[in-house]
Write a protein that binds this ligand. Sequence first.
Ligand code: RTP
Ligand code: MG
Length: 139
Amino acid sequence: MTERTLVLIKPDGVARRLVGDILARIERKGLAVTALEMRTPDLDVAGTHYAEHAERPFYPGLLDFITSGPLVAAVVEGPRAIAAFRQIAGGTDPVEKAVPGTIRGDLALDGQQNLVHGSDSVESAEREIALWFPHLARA
Ligand code: RTP
Ligand code: MG
């Protein structure tokens, strides 16, 4: 069944000129990029995006990082797109969890500056797509 997910190429990915590499990996997996925008999010959008982590000690630093410069937000679609993107992203910690062959496993070192975000459930995906691309929200 076709699914959609919200992907962010975080500010470290843009700063390191990895946008093309990461989009190519998404497309080579067989997923489709159906919306794409570069922007520097304000604290409101970043805070809402990561609201589930509001009580975590890393939350303030995470918001500083996510709002630090331009990122790329994308809607990615395909069969099992949510799990498929998280598979090619690799685990959250690029060294301890992400394996070689994944975006984080191949290209990142830092547990916070880990290049990409991908929605973790259908509910998160719909919430995040409505946040980043309001015109694509489903009723
Ligand atoms: P994301 O939400 O960005 O796709 O990443 P994820 O599901 O793999 O990881 P999650 O647990 O949702 O954490 C969100 C982001 O917060 C930063 N983080 N820092 N201990 C730390 O310093 C720490 N833990 C998480 C990372 O940028 C992570 O991707
Ligand atoms: Mg997450």
